[in-house]
Design a protein. Sequence first.
Length: 235
Amino acid sequence: MTSMLLQLLDRFTHNAPLPDPLPLDPFPLFKAWYDEAGRAKQQPNPNAVYLATATPEGRPSVRAVLCRGIREADGSVEFFTNRSSRKGRELAANPRAALLFHWDHPDRQVRVEGPVTLTSDAESDAYFNSRRWESRLGAWASDQSEPIASRRALLDKVSAVVNKHGIDVAKLIAGVDVHIPRPPYWGGFRVWADRVELWQGGVGRVHDRAAWTREVVVSGGSVSSGPWTGTRLQP
Ligand SMILES: Cc1cc2nc3c(=O)[nH]c(=O)nc-3n(C[C@H](O)[C@H](O)[C@H](O)COP(=O)(O)O)c2cc1C
């Protein structure tokens, strides 16, 4: 190869290319990217992730949620929501999801796909209780994804929740934490990755991209998974 050609290829060198050879398991690198995005000051919502679900007939829908945990040990990602919402209903009928993380700083995206299970009551309680009181009240007040006549009607539902649970408003306003129970329809979902794709943006669109797949079997209350197989993809 001529030195001119080497110089040209040098232009396509990434700051942080994917390892070569690829790691056997994508999760440690995925988690490292997630943590790095969390430290990047320019990234306002590093844990925002786009969640795609579909009806059993294959009609897709997508929305943002917040990722509340990545478990490297079993290769799963968790988020929380109203399980009666549109996404919750779609997941109940067709328990598979696709997730997309995108971070401009640095230029990366991660795609995760796989079957979905519910988080345990203990996990849902732990996260619900860690939320600000406004969010805990909001979870009770909102029949998420359902129509409502007006903004006023929605705020009236917040007042009704306060009255129904006998919540001490003065304490809340004064910053004293007051117990607000988790609504029965509110909780988490766990996506068990059977496909992960890591994408690192590169010069001239000669990005660096690799995908890993494995088998995941959800049967009753248990989940088992096989080994990962990874391959580099053309960008
Ligand atoms: C950055 C961001 C984060 C969000 N996080 C959540 C979340 O963690 N859980 C949730 O239920 N909705 C979240 N939302 C709202 C959802 O995008 C969506 O509007 C809502 O869940 C209703 O979706 P559905 O009708 O498709 O079920 C978030 C929105 C944004 C913009």
